[in-house]
Design a protein around this ligand. Structure first.
Ligand code: SF4
Ligand code: SF4
Length: 165
């Protein structure tokens, strides 16, 4: 089975001050790059965004940087976003992490993760257990879902909370 990375969204959050941190990055072409932010952005929009019908985040954005795709997922045009964080403030569910929607955007190439990869710079520097290298498939019982062929995300999806109510 191929190696993948597993990220646990809750573990990026400091339990004391509530701030998120995503570890260091060694992407050479952009010194301020924190590649994990790009993965977390996708994951939060896929798994924690409620996909509001009249999405206030889209309405409030002064740069028209946000839109809904055909499946209802919010996407951000990073070339338009100026990092004003109006969307962060208005989201009624606290979906958008302000540490992710910053002016400088980041990219992640997973450092060419392959079956010989033992560790990653972000994995060593992110909060403990937030990023792991695993050999497993998604598992709904463990709240682990596939974000892509190489990335798994552990998160309680909001749909599952609604089912329990
Ligand atoms: S942070 Fe970016 S996406 Fe959010 S409201 Fe401001 S410009 Fe729009
Ligand atoms: S306001 Fe928040 S929950 Fe609603 S669509 Fe925007 S990001 Fe998602």
């Amino acid at each position: 089975m191929s190696k993948k990375i597993l990220i646990d969204l809750a573990k990026f959050r400091d339990p004391v001050d509530g701030k998120y941190s995503f570890g260091d990055c060694i992407y050479n072409f952009h010194q301020d790059n924190i590649g994990m932010k790009a993965i977390v952005e996708k994951a939060m929009m896929l798994f924690t965004c409620r996909r509001c019908e009249d999405a206030p985040c889209i309405e409030v954005c002064p740069e028209d940087a946000l839109e809904k795709d055909d499946d209802g997922f919010i996407t951000r045009a990073t070339n338009l976003c100026v990092g004003c964080q109006s969307c962060v403030a208005i989201c009624p569910f606290g979906t958008i992490m302000n540490e992710v929607f910053t002016y400088k955007t980041s990219v992640c190439d997973l450092c060419d993760l392959d079956d010989n990869t033992e560790t990653l710079r972000c994995m060593e520097t992110a909060p403990k257990g937030a990023i792991e290298i695993v050999e497993m498939e998604m598992s709904e019982e463990e709240n682990i879902y596939a974000l892509s062929d190489l990335v798994l995300v552990k998160e309680l999806r909001w749909e599952d909370f609604e089912k329990d109510e």
